[in-house]
Design a protein around this ligand. Sequence first.
Ligand code: KIV
Ligand code: NA
Length: 266
Amino acid sequence: MSALTVDNLHKSRDGQEPLAAITAYDYTFARLADEAGVDILLVGDTVGMVVQGESTTLPVTLDQMVYHTRCVTRGRSRALVVADLPFRAYKSSPAQALDSATRLMAEGGCEMVKLEGGAPMVETVAFLQDRDIPVMGHLGLTPQSVHQFGGFRVQGREPERAAALVEEAMDMEQAGARALLLEAVPRDVARRVTESVSIPVIGIGAGRDCDGQVLVLHDALGLFEGFQPRFAKQYLDGAATVREAIGSFCQEVRSGAFPTKEHSFE
Ligand code: KIV
Ligand code: NA
């Protein structure tokens, strides 16, 4: 269990610092991020893209999410772990969502699950909340809707869509959602959403007025050289660093410089 609890998630307007969240998919990185002080570890279905090499998050299975969630919860001590319900594991019915969420919590060990979608998911959120599953709603650019959207595009630019987003956020809160994730919406729309609800709103590509920020680990570490949205700030040139390190290893093996005495049993 994490030291932080769902009740610890707060609004910035309560005079508190914004929440810092990052994705994790395995024990080693979960542990490093937890030690670095992250508040929330998100086991995102982006695992499909940055770990599995798929072009969308759609192929990710519930079994895979349970496995990665377990790996992550073993690595953390402080951070709250939120796990994504994958595309095919919750949209049929609230009962299907409950079965899937229960596996993520009971087998994976997370404290909260995240699901994508607005109005059609309100009933599901209430159903889960009433059955001891804390839910984070995901609004704006919902990557599982990629084929509906016709690509990964900024959402809520039109005034009607912006107003609908505010409505959806309020409906999610009403249904019992404990937090929201807001992806790729204009800053002023994100600010309106954040001000309209009393649950914390974690943003990605949603400007600085949210109650917290999340990044995909492989983007933040500069490891993923595929599609990079402009909000994906790199804090490390990970790809070059890793290639250089492994390149050095290859070179030393080929030249005979590795292993030496200190790396051998004489
Ligand atoms: O799966 C994921 O990584 C997400 C992002 C929005 C952080 O949901
Ligand atoms: Na996700």
